[in-house]
Design a protein around this ligand. Structure first.
Ligand code: MG
Length: 247
């Protein structure tokens, strides 16, 4: 066998190993919200990544105008402060790129899931958790950047309480054909510019302490919902780009 043929075999074999490493993350049905679950590694990031809306974005909040939303809110220093009931976008979406920035005011007292909790729901059904997670301990699938109750973030990219954080979310709605689920919903999430969910499929709509699954009937579109969990979490610079269909 020539040296070159051996080299080709090695290269092909190596590629197979790389492909084989792309494995699915496990949905730990028996340990939803378990404090025993391994916590993501804490990494250091310097600041939130603030991105101005591009020309094709639908601006949902730019500091002055809340016409795009329904629900209870307070405007404070050109920031939204979410109030009882949360905020629901008037427009409904499917596949989107979403940018938003959020802050846990440093006067709030963190106690696990209490005191510092919000969340952004895609299609009003799929929550990416928002929580003080720089120092505050909670279950891994309930910290910032988690697909709540399903998948912890890959790393903990949270900034200290009182600082702005950014989320950039690329969300794909589930695909149903004639009432049959063909493709699960999925999301890629960047927290302060760091990938914390990598094209991760949702096992179903967000549930609390419950194994989820996809319903037989699913809406075509849904609004973006900013959760009120009893805590006045702040938001700014929210914009969305539709990713449905062909250019
Ligand atoms: Mg929440």
């Amino acid at each position: 066998m020539s040296r070159y043929f051996l080299l080709i075999l090695v290269v092909v074999g190596f590629n197979k190993v790389i492909v084989g490493q792309s494995v699915k993350r496990v949905y730990f049905k028996d340990s939803i919200h378990s404090l025993e679950r391994v916590k993501p590694k804490k990494i250091t990031t310097k600041s939130c990544i603030s991105i101005d809306p591009p020309s094709d974005a639908i601006v949902l909040f730019n500091g002055t105008n809340l016409d795009a939303w329904e629900g209870d809110f307070r405007l404070d220093n050109n920031h939204i402060v979410v109030q009882k009931g949360g905020l629901t976008s008037k427009e409904k979406f499917r596949d989107i790129q979403l940018h938003l920035e959020w802050k846990i005011n440093d006067t709030l007292i963190a106690n696990g899931q209490k005191g510092v909790n919000s969340g952004v729901f895609l299609m009003n059904l799929y929550e990416i958790q928002i929580l003080e997670s720089h120092l505050n301990e909670t279950y891994a699938d309930g910290q910032a950047g988690a697909i709540y109750g399903q998948f912890p973030p890959l790393v903990n990219a949270s900034l200290p309480q009182g600082q702005w954080n950014s989320y950039d979310i690329i969300f794909k709605a589930p695909v149903y054909i004639k009432g049959t689920l063909i493709e699960k919903a999925s999301a890629t999430v960047l927290h302060n510019g760091i990938v914390v969910q990598n094209n991760q499929e949702f096992e179903g709509p967000t549930k609390y302490k419950e194994v989820t699954s996809y319903p037989n009937e699913h809406p075509e579109k849904g609004p973006i919902f900013l959760q009120y969990h009893g805590d006045p979490i702040e938001y700014r610079n929210i914009w969305v780009r539709k990713l449905d269909g062909n250019p």
